[in-house]
Write a protein that binds this ligand. Structure first.
Ligand code: ARG
Ligand code: ZN
Length: 467
């Protein structure tokens, strides 16, 4: 993550979003008046994403051979220009680009670090929609992040691929605007050797088709998705499908090494999806589920509609965490990485709510246990700033969850749970920021909450007031 981002060394890009959250004053690339910026404007990840356009849809047609570890195919990207574009960038790490077209005409391209710069034969007008097709192939090289990032992106396994891309690993397997501020819908047409299963987001379009020893799986994710939530997980899998009690389609898959966990994964994912729907608002997507792969990643990721568990059978608290992310992170996405507590603090708080719901410790007891440890390093490490080299630090999770509990105590249960539902409804399928959350909490409670959020999210010390 940070290592990749830093190698470009470019300035933050001036790409205002509707709420202005990403606006920044950095200089665009020199000597190219209408070039799209090489970053979307996230000050902590300056070369992630790109400026000048907004992707609406990715159509990924890819084949993968676990024996050679070779990925090959094309990405068809439909986008709208938000400025005149003489050239623009996509994010792509490694792989070999064969051919690029823009609106059907061959376009020139150049590579520099993880930036693929395309120059169409003539400039794209501001407001125009355009289609880019990139043909590419190669052996994907995942990102080796520092500290708590681990290895992420497209990772080859013994029988396929384990694909978890948070925060910026989509670029390891498809050219993309690789930042959560630009969400898009996806189609996946994935071809693998017969006997291998290819799992992506959303729902299967009919039964897989086998031809000449190769099977093609077609998946559609029709709700907007952040690039880091896209997956192409392949290998030998046992699958169970059905519906939750409330009627949401379920797709659960496990590597045969986790054969005995398939039914638990299915049942827990179904039950928890329905439970969160009563707490957070209607389930936002067209299916739910989960995947356990025999790859010891050491973490889980909330891939949209299909959280993935890396080499362990998840206990229900982890499933509760990853499925809470379907609302907090996946449907309502962050606009910049410094607001990651909006994902991880909420999903961790959901774990506490789940334990309480199941008759375990209350959220209040969990809060008090953390609060009692005055020596916890998280007090000196506030969760409201991004730490590119230490993004998934414990403070973002635990002090983030504590922030929500402090808020709940301050505004009362009725307002707090109404706030969660209004938050997920107002920003469904979109993006949001911490100041927007604070504003909604103040509006719904009628209280000034700036001091509370500042103490919990921004100050390098344990907040003095426990409401
Ligand atoms: N969002 C994931 C979770 O909370 C963590 C992802 C960790 N990513 C990574 N590259 N280590 O479950
Ligand atoms: Zn999480």
């Amino acid at each position: 993550g940070a290592a990749c981002a830093a190698s470009e060394g470019a300035a933050a890009a001036p790409t205002p979003t509707p709420d202005g959250a990403l606006a920044s004053g950095g200089a665009a690339r020199a000597a190219s008046g209408t070039a799209g910026a090489p970053g979307i404007g996230d000050p902590d990840f300056p070369t992630d994403g790109n400026g000048g356009y907004d992707v609406g849809h990715y159509g990924l047609t890819l084949s993968y051979d676990p024996a050679t570890k070779r990925l090959a195919g094309s990405a068809a990207i439909t986008a709208t220009a938000t400025q005149e574009l003489s050239s623009f960038d996509l994010d792509l790490h490694g792989l070999t680009v064969g051919k690029v077209t823009v609106d059907g005409a061959a376009a020139a391209f150049a590579r520099r670090g993880d930036e693929l710069t395309l120059t169409p034969s003539r400039a794209i007008g501001k407001g125009a929609s355009f289609e880019v097709v990139v043909d590419y192939s190669g052996v994907p090289d995942p990102v080796h992040g520092d500290r708590d990032l681990g290895t992420y992106g497209f990772i080859a396994t013994k029988d396929g691929s384990f694909v978890t891309c948070e925060p910026n690993g989509a670029k390891t397997w498809f050219p993309s605007n690789d930042h959560p501020a630009d969400k898009a819908t996806y189609d996946f047409r994935l071809t693998v050797p017969q006997g291998v299963t290819a799992i992506a987001n959303g729902e299967l379009d009919g039964a897989p088709v086998t031809n000449g020893g190769r099977t093609t799986f077609v998946w559609h994710e029709r709700h907007p998705m952040a690039s880091y939530l896209a997956t192409m997980t392949t290998g030998k899998f046992e699958v169970r499908t059905g519906k939750t009690a409330a009627g949401v389609p379920v797709y659960a898959a496990v590597d045969p090494a986790f054969h005995s966990s398939l039914n638990d994964l299915y049942t827990r994912s179904a039950e928890i999806t329905d439970y969160w729907s009563t707490v957070f608002g209607p389930y936002p997507f067209s299916s739910t589920g989960g995947v356990i792969d025999d790859f010891a990643a050491g973490y889980a990721l909330e891939n949209q509609t299909k959280p993935i568990y890396g080499g362990f059978p998840p206990e229900s608290g982890i499933v509760a965490h990853e499925l809470a992310h379907q609302w907090f992170g996946d449907s309502v996405s962050i606009t910049r990485w410094r607001d990651l507590w909006l994902n991880e603090g909420f999903a961790t708080y959901a774990e506490w709510l789940w334990a309480e719901h199941k008759g375990g410790d209350t959220a209040d007891a969990e809060f008090r246990r953390y609060y009692a440890n005055a020596a916890d390093p998280m007090w000196a490490y506030p969760p409201g700033t991004a730490r590119p080299g230490d993004l998934f630090n414990a403070s973002v999770y635990n002090r983030g969850a504590m922030t929500l509990h402090a808020l709940r105590k301050s505004i009362g249960d009725a307002t707090f749970f109404a706030l969660l539902k209004k938050w997920t409804a107002d920003h469904q399928y979109g993006n949001a920021t911490t100041p927007e959350f604070v504003a909604l909490a103040e509006q719904m409670s009628g209280k000034k909450l700036g001091g509370l959020f500042d103490a919990w999210l921004s100050q390098p010390r344990r907040p003095a007031d426990v409401p």
